[in-house]
Design a protein around this ligand. Structure first.
Ligand code: COA
Length: 238
């Protein structure tokens, strides 16, 4: 079993380019390592993750903008990861912090968890296949209301919609417990079962991810997005 922890608590575990690269490396190595049967993903401190680093988003000149960008590669790695992924969520789960759960095989959250996909609010579009996966999970009207308003929701609502398995006091302990049970199962049966569970959507999600990626990269450079990033980055200067 591999425990992957987002570890930048002073920035609410916002994921920067270096962290995306490290996450990709961890997933590629875990996929190839026979000893690793399950990956548990969690955040250090009180947050899961505040999502993509907004400073990186604002810096489009330095950010790799093609589909080889580490953030885009991470989304692809998640989608193609062959072994079970179990998430433990406390505090903020923003942007990719929520959309990555759509790729997990089990997820647990504390009462403190708060989920947000503020893509539209930031002048962006949904990513990680969420424009395909979210409406299939919760229905078109609920998905569009959440994505178009950018509103947050709590752990109880996340459990009710099936984005997490349940609300628990200690999500990391629960995630590890479930991961251990999965890790004790015959590994080929686990991998084949995960592949079968995802097979009907796998190619379609990839197509949507690529379409989202193209619009996302265009949106990053738009005035709408750059204005929203500057608003966030200049909050404390006011
Ligand atoms: N990118 C870069 N820095 C971030 C960040 C992000 N996504 N989210 C938080 N931070 C930084 C803050 O700038 C602050 O840094 P500072 O102490 O150097 O000023 C620090 O993390 C703490 O954040 P703060 O906003 O003070 O914490 P909070 O508890 O009041 O709020 C959040 C937490 C997650 C609700 C809030 O930080 C937030 O909305 N972040 C942006 C989330 C976002 O839009 N992500 C992009 C998704 S696509």
């Amino acid at each position: 079993m591999l425990s992957v922890q987002l570890n930048r608590p002073d920035k609410k575990n916002a994921i920067n380019t270096g962290m995306y690269t490290a996450l990709n490396t961890a997933l590629v190595e875990a996929a190839q390592d026979f000893e690793i049967r399950v990956v548990v993903i969690s955040g250090v401190g009180e947050s899961f993750t505040a999502g993509n680093d907004i400073f990186d988003f604002a810096n489009t000149e330095e950010l790799p903008m093609d589909e080889n960008a580490p953030g885009f590669q991470f989304i692809k790695s998640l989608h193609n990861f062959p072994k079970p992924l179990v998430a433990a969520v406390t505090g903020s789960a923003v942007g990719i912090g929520t959309t990555m759960l759509l790729h997990c095989d089990a997820a647990y959250a504390s009462q403190s968890a708060r989920f947000t996909m503020p893509f539209v609010t930031l002048g962006l579009v949904p990513e990680a296949g969420s424009s395909f996966l979210l409406p299939r999970l919760i229905g078109h009207l609920r998905a569009s209301e959440i994505l178009l308003t950018g509103r947050s929701f709590d752990a109880a609502e996340a459990a009710e919609m099936g984005l997490i398995n349940k609300v628990v006091d200690a999500p990391f302990d629960e995630a590890m417990k479930v991961a251990e049970i999965i890790a004790e199962q015959p590994p080929t049966a686990v991998i084949n079962t995960k592949a079968l569970l995802k097979s009907s959507n796998h190619a379609a999600v990839e197509v949507v991810m690529n379409a989202e990626g193209e619009l996302f990269r265009l949106a990053l450079q738009s005035d709408e997005a750059q204005t929203a990033f500057m608003r966030f980055l200049s909050r404390k200067a006011k």
